[in-house]
Write a new protein. Structure first.
Length: 80
């Protein structure tokens, strides 16, 4: 798998977890600035898009780097 796409997925998970924690803190009045929540929400959106962007790029690179005449396991999965 693509390590870059996986890293973006993990970072998004952390950002979403932080968003949920911030909701609790905002309800308790510990965070006053609503822009912080909006920023985290947009950050998680960006991380999602970046992860999806790099997935097909890695698949294409894996296929192109395979020795000629041999199909990659990814190519076999797509055919079935």
């Amino acid at each position: 798998e693509n390590m870059l796409a996986c890293s973006f997925d993990i970072a998004r998970t952390v950002a979403r977890r932080t968003e949920r924690r911030m909701i609790t803190l905002m309800r308790k009045g510990m965070i006053q600035n609503p822009h912080v929540f909006a920023y985290l929400n947009r950050l998680s959106d960006l991380l999602f898009v970046l992860s999806r962007y790099y997935e097909p790029v890695s698949r294409k690179l894996a296929y192109e780097q395979a020795p000629s005449g041999r199909r990659t396991s990814l190519a076999r999965k797509r055919e079935s």
